[in-house]
Write a protein that binds this ligand. Structure first.
Ligand code: FAD
Length: 389
């Protein structure tokens, strides 16, 4: 059995379902990361740089264990054709699948390819505490608003972290094509404000629990206080698993703060489910009556908003935080999104795309979900005239 472990947004060696099983089941394992030009931009994007910096970090961490992370670059099927040439005995593939957005379409294409070539698929739901099909109402339908979803979500048992034994199997090493490595290195630049890796994530989790959790439900409302976990970029790359975060938090004495934090983790699952239910949500309003809003869309105002030069101090501070650190406090994401859509009357899709370019924690489901919630075109039960002051 010759296995490929295909890493995606699960860039860690601990508590990784696909990785654990690949090493458990297989005799020979090759670890792979695929760079798909369809997903990459040549323009400056702190979001892309951060993600690829995390890939590089994983590559180096695996190398320390004597394991190669083999990079592929190119169109999906062509890349796998190339891989089959250098790995002719390839029989099995392991990966943690995506349920929504581009990742879902990519996985469907990949599945067709693997079936055609007789490669056995082992796919796992790893990125969320509960996948999109786990939480349904009494009629077996998906929830449209968060509160009833959360009640059901909270009562469901949660999976424990799984252990990964890297010593189980032999790993395969191939000659890395130098051209692919060159392309990879050109696609990102090290960001001084970005610190990737599982160790960094675990340290943040520990210090959040030790210093911030107790007052989380109050302090998370104040953007000037460093009162949240700042784990989002690590959850986005998968440098830390959602099971590890939940498991660490749930062991603490039950409190309002703990419940508030757990609720935030549930929002992440909720928005994934919403994206599965509304596959076109990146381009169009979830609520059909808001599909044809006539936005003012002033390019000048949009540019001032992007630069943090609107003259509204809290909006400008928030946008400058985004531009210089790639991260923005949740309350400020709400304020800046509300200001763009409801004060400047600019299409939420413009804002969503700018966040996609800049956020080191960019996650399509949460970002689109957040933007549509604030713009009142999405899952918020409150009507369009709610405006953040
Ligand atoms: P904490 O308060 O410590 O929360 C812990 C974790 O819970 C976060 O890391 C995140 O994974 C999850 N979480 C918290 N709040 C939310 C939420 N409202 N929706 C979904 N998950 C949540 N989050 C992203 O991860 N990526 C995005 O691209 C993103 N875009 C957003 C855009 C808008 C307009 C809005 C309003 C929110 C967006 N969020 C996004 C959600 C939220 O703002 C961030 O997850 C949070 O600010 C990250 O900081 P933290 O890790 O310190 O959060």
């Amino acid at each position: 059995m010759t296995t490929v472990m295909w890493f995606r947004r699960d860039l860690r060696m601990v508590d990784n379902k696909a990785l654990a099983r690949a090493f458990q089941d297989s005799e020979d394992v090759l670890c792979v990361f695929h760079l798909n030009p369809e997903q990459l931009t040549q323009e400056y994007s702190s979001s892309q740089s951060a993600f690829l910096q995390s890939v590089e970090h994983l590559r180096q961490s695996l190398a320390k264990e004597g394991i190669q992370l083999y990079l592929l670059y190119g169109e999906l099927e062509e890349s796998f054709d190339q891989l089959r040439q250098v790995l002719p005995n390839w029989t099995d593939v392991y990966f943690n699948y995506d349920e929504a957005g581009y990742g879902r379409l990519r996985d469907q294409r990949a599945a067709t390819y693997f079936r055609t070539h007789g490669i056995k698929i082992h796919a796992f739901q790893d990125h969320y505490l509960h996948g999109s099909q786990d939480v349904k109402n009494q009629f077996g339908k998906a929830y449209k608003v968060f509160t009833p979803y959360y009640r059901v979500w909270r009562a469901l048992p949660k999976e424990k972290p799984v252990s990964v034994d890297l010593s189980f199997a032999r790993t395969i090493e191939l000659n890395q094509d130098p051209e692919t490595l060159k392309i990879f290195n050109r696609l990102w630049e090290p960001l001084s404000f970005y610190h990737p890796g599982t160790e960094v994530a675990l340290t943040k989790l520990d210090s959040f629990i030790a210093d911030k959790l107790e007052n989380y439900q109050v302090q998370r409302d104040y953007p000037s206080i460093n009162g949240t976990s700042q784990l989002s970029s690590h959850l986005r790359t998968g440098e830390i698993s959602i099971r590890m975060v939940f498991d660490a938090i749930i062991h603490y004495i039950p409190s309002d703060a703990q419940e508030t934090f757990i609720k935030e983790l549930a929002w992440r699952d909720f928005y994934n489910m919403v994206y599965v239910e509304n596959p076109r949500q990146k381009g169009e309003a979830i609520q059909s009556q808001y599909k044809d809003i006539e936005w003012d869309n002033s390019l000048d105002l949009f540019n001032l908003w992007k630069k943090g030069e609107t003259g509204f101090p809290i909006v400008d501070a928030a946008m400058r935080q985004l531009n210089t650190t790639g991260w923005m406090h949740n309350r400020l994401r709400m304020i800046t999104a509300s200001f763009l859509t409801k004060d400047l009357l600019i299409d939420w899709r413009w804002g969503e795309r700018y966040f996609q370019q800049m956020l080191i924690d960019y996650d399509p489901a949460s970002n689109i979900g957040g933007w549509q919630w604030v713009a009142s075109t999405g899952t918020d039960a409150a009507p369009y005239f709610r405006i953040f002051n």
